[in-house]
Each structure stands twice: as structure tokens, then as C-alpha cells.
Design a protein around this ligand. Structure first.
Ligand code: PLP
Length: 377
């Protein structure tokens, strides 16, 4: 082990420091009020989040996975329908498709950004396709123009998986508001994170909003009347409270992430690694992901210097046992997804990273490539 400055992959303590003074008295009020499930804190956060994104409706739920599930139901996607989604994403995007009994059509991704390749999606389109789920991977908007055009041509509902891209903009509109639905996660390490689990569906469709509001609360459109199969996907009051206090800091925290990204970009530009490619739009750097064939050796090297890294994601959806068991054949394969998943390495990234920590990461990566023995990949 080295005695270099330790750098965790994520540190959420600086965020707590920014909100603690306001949260503490409000927590007392919450316990006195007993508004533990949904309630006024959640409602105020829904309204603030809708204003932040400039979208008519925001419905808070208990996770990003629940948000995706309810959006697919509201889109009318059901058993036997096909849904296009990238293979290079977190497994939750796939869960939602399977929860409604639909057939996933996995697509390959752009070789540089890792987001859904619209041309590949076009090639894989089959009859029965109902929806397409672009993922704004790592905080970078997917190529929405082409995806929306494809969806328009083929009557697909666009459900944006915005779990990693709070506040990112595409053509000057927040992602999550371009398709019919935007689905957010507030898992603690996300750019906007709860003190536990949380999620949100946003939409401009009043009927869909009403349905999602009912579905998250046992399918109740009115008290004790359960019109359709419902779920307990309610957001907890405490999460609404925490998220409501964090939201005003989100833009500053995004700027802080962009500062870390800029420092990495400058400090690593001349090395034989693929740095994040920002195509034309915004990037909110939920993750800062580099690519190198020496991923494993670099990871071990950094670990010895007390620098934590992550891999997002080591196993793509088309290689997950839960997917291969479905027996869906795709002989053309997923060459870009395969290469990216073999080579991706996420460097430490969070708002509140100290300059010395950023320096330590840059120095660590540089030292690896300067060393004669870079070890086996
Ligand atoms: C791309 C993506 N989709 C969906 C989810 C699911 O969100 P949650 O963990 O809040 O259910 C996540 C978060 O982990 C994610 O990164």
C-alpha cells in the first residue's frame, strides 16, 4: 500500500455539509408531522423538480427502477410488445421491460460515447416495437434528435432513462423532457441523491401523470378504490425533504463535477487512453469513464496508491444470465458494447473533491503509463 493521499470513488459527506443546517430542524418537523410516506415534503419536491426541468408533471416514486416500470405501463407497453434499449446500461433498464412482460431488443452503442446508436436501433427494429429507451449514460445525453425521429417514423414511445443525467441539457432543454417520459433515480450516489432510495417520472401528459400517481399508491385513483393493478412505489417523506434541500445545490455540484472532468481531461490528454467524448451537447459527469485495454492493470495500480475506481459496467446486458436465458438471438452481436465494457474504468468523481485528490488521481494514472512494467492486462 502506498501512503499517497487516499481518494475514495465517491464521498457524499461534502453534500451533507452543504445542507445539514437546514435539514436538521426540518427533520424534527417531519417526525412531529408524521408525514413519512408521500406528504407535503414529497409534494414540494415534485413541484420544485418539475420547475427545475421545466416540465408539467413530476411524480415521485421509491426508485429509478420503479419510475421506469410505471412509465412503461403508462406508455401502454405490455406482454409481447418489443422495446429497444442499449445493451450498455445498468440492469434496471432491462428489468422494467421484463416487469411488463415485453420483449427486450438490445441495441449496440456509439463506439465513443457509449449511448444508444440510433442507426443500430433502426437495423434491429422489428414489428411489434412499441417503445425505445435511450439511456443518458454517465451523464451525457444520448443522440435524441435521431432517436426521436426514428420513434416518430415508427410510432414508438420514447422513455428516457435519465437516472444518471439530472440537469443535463440537449438543445437547451433538460434531458428527460424530450420523450414522452423521463425517469430519474435518486440513489444516494447519483448527481442528485436521496438518503436512501428514490426516483421520479416526469411527463407532459396529464392522463399519464394521473395514472402514474395512482399506480405508485396501490392503484388508488380515489381512496380505497383500486381500479387497476397497483404498486407500493411511494417516495418516503424523508427523501422528499432531503432532495428538496439538495436540489438548489444541483447546478453548483454539476459545475464542480465539470471542473474535475476538465482537470482530468487536461491532465491525461496525452496518454494512450480514450477520454470521455462529448459529442455536441452537455455532460453532467455522473461518472468520468476512461477506456484502455490495460484496464485491470491500471485499476490494480491505482488501488495500491489508495485510489478507488469503478467499472460501469463489466457485464453488458446481452451477456447477463437473466437475458441469455430468454434465448433471444442477435447474430450481429454487440461489438462496440463488448469493447467498451472490457476497457471502461471510472475514475473518482464527486462534488467536493479536493484539488489534491484530483492531482493524486492524475499523477497515479500518469505514473502507470510511465512505468516500464504495466503488467498483464
Ligand atoms: C442507467 C440506470 N437506470 C436505472 C437505474 C435504477 O435506479 P434505482 O437504483 O434508483 O432503481 C440506475 C441506477 O442505479 C441507472 O444507473
Amino acid at each position: 500500500m502506498s501512503d499517497a493521499m487516499p481518494v475514495p470513488f465517491v464521498d457524499l459527506l461534502p453534500q451533507w455539509g452543504a445542507i445539514e443546517a437546514q435539514v436538521t430542524p426540518d427533520l424534527h418537523k417531519l417526525f412531529v408531522s408524521g408525514e413519512f410516506c408521500l406528504g407535503s415534503w414529497v409534494q414540494r419536491f415534485e413541484e420544485a423538480f418539475a420547475r427545475y426541468l421545466d416540465v408539467p408533471y413530476a411524480i415521485a416514486v421509491n426508485s429509478g427502477t420503479s419510475a421506469l416500470h410505471l412509465a412503461l405501463i403508462a406508455a401502454g407497453v405490455g406482454p409481447g410488445d418489443r422495446v429497444l434499449l442499449p445493451s450498455h446500461t445498468f440492469v434496471a433498464t432491462l428489468w422494467a421491460v421484463l416487469y411488463v412482460g415485453a420483449i427486450p431488443v438490445l441495441c449496440d452503442v456509439d463506439p465513443l460515447t457509449g449511448t444508444l446508436d440510433p442507426e443500430d436501433a433502426r437495423r434491429r427494429l422489428q414489428s411489434g416495437a412499441k417503445a425505445i429507451m435511450p439511456v443518458h449514460l454517465y451523464g451525457q445525453p444520448a443522440e435524441l434528435d435521431s432517436i426521436l425521429a426514428l420513434a416518430d417514423q415508427h410510432g414508438l414511445t420514447v422513455i428516457e432513462d435519465t437516472a444518471q443525467a439530472h440537469g443535463a441539457r440537449y438543445r437547451n432543454r433538460a434531458v428527460g423532457t424530450h420523450g414522452a417520459f423521463g425517469c430519474f433515480s435518486f440513489y444516494p450516489g447519483k448527481n442528485l441523491g436521496a438518503a436512501g432510495e428514490g426516483g421520479m417520472v416526469v411527463t407532459a401528459d396529464p392522463k399519464a401523470a394521473e395514472q402514474i400517481r395512482a399506480l405508485r399508491n396501490h392503484g388508488q385513483y380515489e381512496r380505497w378504490i383500486h381500479r387497476e393493478l397497483g404498486f407500493n412505489y411511494r417516495m418516503e417523506g424523508i427523501q422528499g425533504l432531503i432532495l428538496g434541500h439538495k436540489l438548489p445545490h444541483l447546478n453548483a455540484w454539476t459545475d464542480a463535477r465539470r471542473h474535475v472532468a476538465r482537470r482530468y481531461q487536461e491532465g491525461l490528454a496525452d496518454l494512450p487512453i480514450l477520454l470521455p467524448t462529448v459529442r455536441h451537447h452537455d455532460h453532467v459527469y455522473h461518472l468520468y469513464v476512461i477506456h484502455t485495454p490495460q484496464r485491470e492493470a491500471l485499476r490494480r495500480f491505482l488501488e495500491q496508491r489508495n485510489i478507488q475506481t469503478g467499472i460501469h459496467y463489466p457485464v453488458p446486458l446481452h451477456r447477463q444470465p437473466c437475458y441469455t436465458a430468454l434465448g433471444i438471438s442477435a447474430p450481429e452481436g454487440y461489438p462496440h458494447t463488448d469493447r467498451l465494457t472490457e476497457q471502461c474504468l471510472s475514475l473518482p468523481m464527486y462534488a467536493g473533491m479536493q484539488e489534491a485528490q484530483i492531482d493524486a488521481v492524475i499523477a497515479g494514472v500518469r505514473a502507470f503509463f510511465a512505468s516500464a512494467d504495466q503488467g498483464p492486462t
